[in-house]
Ligand binder design. Structure first.
Ligand code: NAD
Ligand code: 89V
Length: 344
């Protein structure tokens, strides 16, 4: 019999394996049911993670089980119907990023959860990566003074399509799938954005959407930041999946370079340290930083659920991150600078 916080999982594919491991690591959580349209995947997950109930229909799971929350780890097009179903069943929910195909869908999910009075979190895990937290700690310590410039970069030629073939079919690919992580880190470090310009490119033949983008952002607090990302940068070493960050401030700078090397320059001198993520027992390099962040994200959800607190990455918060990507597409197609706040 379940004794902890009763959790159900919908979607047992590629990335769900990380969620399942992380749930097993959190003492308070008891995985009571898994669901996948492909029943064999749900059966395998149940066998690997000791889950008693298996479903191939989300509605059957949500109406038959008494769940304290559901973790939705399907691909983006299914997020809204499943989230609305969870709201109708009054089950608190986590939805993987990207939240939904359009900002209207995202708003509808936020509204459905609010109307049902259930907590909603988007599984935006990059801001929970240890190295990114280390950058923020330096920023918050004040040693580099007032930040005025930031760059958040993701430049790789990693074959992301091997594990996630659906990405090659997305007409809105890089901004919505990857830059959304960087946009969230950007808000996490520098706050809200008042103006944004974006230029995208499609470099790799045979994919439907853009695979390269550069965004120039001006923040409400005056910080200028640049997000640049691509899956077409052939380099050696390839930094995948490391997010590289540089920030200049009035008194110094902080840089997160390849290999998790963190360099802080301040009036006290230069400090260099390595901020390598934990290699959890179930993790594998080079994914370990993302895998650790999955655990931290899920711990945050459980802490908030227990305390009755809104998660830092609630649905409402993620609308602001998503708005940066909508604004980026609008800027790319109009050639204009856009105020992202009109989309949130
Ligand atoms: P996937 O295709 O490997 O797995 C999705 C699973 O959901 C499939 O097994 C599919 O059968 C199942 N499914 C689809 N519709 C369903 C429904 N209505 N009911 C039950 N099951 C259903 O996809 P993935 O690569 O694991 O991606 C899942 C999500 O995770 C996506 O939103 C993706 O963007 C996200 N993701 C996030 C990260 C990250 O770092 N945060 C990394 C990879 C993927
Ligand atoms: O978030 C994602 O869907 C992943 C990765 C982190 C590699 O971009 O594709």
């Amino acid at each position: 019999m379940a004794t902890g916080i009763r959790a159900g999982v919908i979607g047992c594919g590629f990335f769900a394996q990380n969620h399942l491991h992380a749930w097993r690591d959190i003492d308070d959580v008891e995985l009571v049911a898994v669901c996948d349209l492909d029943r064999a995947k749900a059966e395998t997950a149940a066998a690997n993670f000791g889950v008693p109930s298996v479903y191939d229909d989300a509605e059957a799971m949500l109406t038959s089980e008494t769940l304290d929350f559901v973790d939705i780890i399907t691909t983006m097009p299914t997020h809204r119907p499943i989230a609305e179903l969870a709201a109708r069943c009054r089950v608190p929910m986590i939805v993987q990023k990207p939240f939904a195909p359009t900002i209207e869908d995202c708003r509808a999910i936020v509204q459905a959860a609010a109307d049902a009075g259930v907590p909603l979190m988007v599984h935006e895990n990059f801001r929970f990566q240890g190295p990114i937290r280390a950058v923020r700690d330096v920023l918050q310590s004040g040693v580099i003074g007032q930040p005025f410039f930031g760059r958040i970069a993701w430049r790789t030629a990693y074959d992301v399509y091997a594990n996630q073939p659906y990405l090659a079919e997305e007409e809105r690919f890089l901004l919505l799938d990857l830059v959304i992580h960087l946009a969230d880190v950007d808000r996490f470090l520098f706050g809200e954005v008042e103006r944004l310009t974006c230029h995208t490119q499609s470099i790799k033949p045979g994919i439907k959407g853009e695979d390269s983008a550069v965004l120039l952002l001006r923040h409400e607090n005056g910080v200028t930041s640049v997000l640049d990302a691509t899956y077409s940068s052939k380099r050696d070493p390839d930094p995948f999946p490391q997010t590289l960050i540089e920030i200049d401030g009035s008194e110094g700078s902080v840089r997160l370079d390849f290999g998790f090397e963190l360099t802080t320059v301040s009036p006290a001198g230069t400090e260099r340290r390595t901020v390598e993520p934990l290699l959890l027992p179930w993790a594998a390099k080079p994914w370990h930083g993302i895998q650790e962040s999955v655990l931290r994200t899920q711990e945050h959800w459980v802490d908030c659920l227990k305390a009755g607190r809104e998660p830092d990455i609630s649905g409402a918060d993620n609308l602001k991150t998503y708005a940066l990507c909508e604004a980026a597409y609008a800027s790319q197609s109009s050639g204009q600078t856009v105020d992202p706040r009109v989309f949130a």
